[in-house]
Write a new protein. Structure first.
Length: 317
């Protein structure tokens, strides 16, 4: 499965939004990370964050270590101008890891969607090299993630919190939720080929709220077994209709009825879907062959008997 680490930049109440006093980059990005985590998990990704609690403040090295071995780390930020009087600069920018140029495709799609949602322009996808460590990323969280064998990394600047319009957008929870939904959708589309295994072989417990190809596979099997998912059919979204069908199927098969499709349900489904072996038909009786075989046995027995009798007569003289 695809494993992702989300890194909400900084910590609680860090980097105030000048146009919106009382709001901070570290706090708003923590909220966004949690919304994004929930959306990604609906698609079947394994997700963790570098700051499970709002007040957490791990070092850049620790953040990279948390992402060790993962497929992707995304560090979530909002930008700021160097000049406090500059409130006009705007736009989203995404930095991607130096060693993974292929990830620019994902960065471009994310950046353009974020810019569209926030109503500004996309400044571009780019890399930035460390000035002191040749060949390494400038941003510590990306650099440390790659050092710890995370495959790729992105650092997303969601607009400029020094810009009144951008700051206002980022202070609204529904806007953060919309960002999370769209970002998760794009990430899923990028990794779709890798994440789509057979649902019976995956370690994901399918449940209400998830949207994925794995859910669609389950839905198709339920329909094939006679369980209605009307009016939605196999749409890949695990809603109430799918949950109800799973519960009916679980009850019919003597399983715990919880509406969740986990290990026990998968084992039962594998058993039900296992191709049944057709009984091997008995061959037709070949009576002629039976007669010939018996005749040969009889002749052999008679020959042995005659040999015995001849031997006895010879002994008697």
């Amino acid at each position: 499965m695809i494993r992702i680490t989300l890194d909400p930049g900084h910590t609680q109440n860090y980097n105030v939004y000048p146009p919106k006093r009382g709001f901070y980059e570290g706090t708003q990005m923590w909220k966004l990370a949690n919304y994004l985590k929930a959306e990604l998990e609906k698609y079947g990704f394994i997700v963790k964050t570098t700051r499970p609690n709002l007040a957490d403040n791990p070092s850049l090295a620790q953040r990279g270590q948390i992402a060790a071995g993962d497929d992707l780390i995304i560090s979530l930020h909002s930008n700021a101008t160097a000049n406090a009087k500059d409130t006009q600069t705007t736009g989203t920018v995404i930095f991607y890891t130096l060693s993974t140029p292929h990830i620019k495709t994902l960065a471009d799609k994310l950046g353009n969607k974020i810019a569209s949602l926030m109503g500004h322009h996309y400044r571009g996808s780019m890399t930035k090299e460390s000035t002191t460590m040749k060949g390494y990323d400038y941003y510590g969280v990306l650099r440390n993630a790659i050092i710890n064998k995370c495959k790729v990394g992105l650092l997303i600047e969601h607009g400029f919190h020094t810009n009144p319009k951008d700051a206002a957008f980022l202070t609204v929870d529904n806007n953060l939720k919309k960002l999370a939904e769209e970002e998760a959708k794009i990430i899923y589309e990028y990794y779709e080929g890798e994440i789509n295994m057979n649902y019976l072989e995956s370690n994901i417990v399918l449940m209400k709220g998830q949207k994925s190809e794995l859910v669609k596979q389950l839905q198709k099997d339920l329909i094939a077994l006679g369980y209605s998912l009307s009016p939605y059919g196999a749409d890949g979204s695990f809603g109430k209709a799918t949950e109800d069908a799973v519960k009916k199927w679980q009850k019919a098969n003597g399983l715990v009825v919880d509406g969740k499709f986990g290990p026990a349900s998968k084992a039962k489904m594998r058993e039900l879907l296992k191709p049944k072996k057709e009984p091997t038909p008995s061959p037709a009786t070949d009576y002629k062959k039976l007669y010939e075989d018996e005749k040969k046995k009889r002749e052999a027995a008679e020959k042995r008997l005659n040999e015995v009798i001849a031997g006895i007569k010879k002994l008697i003289g």
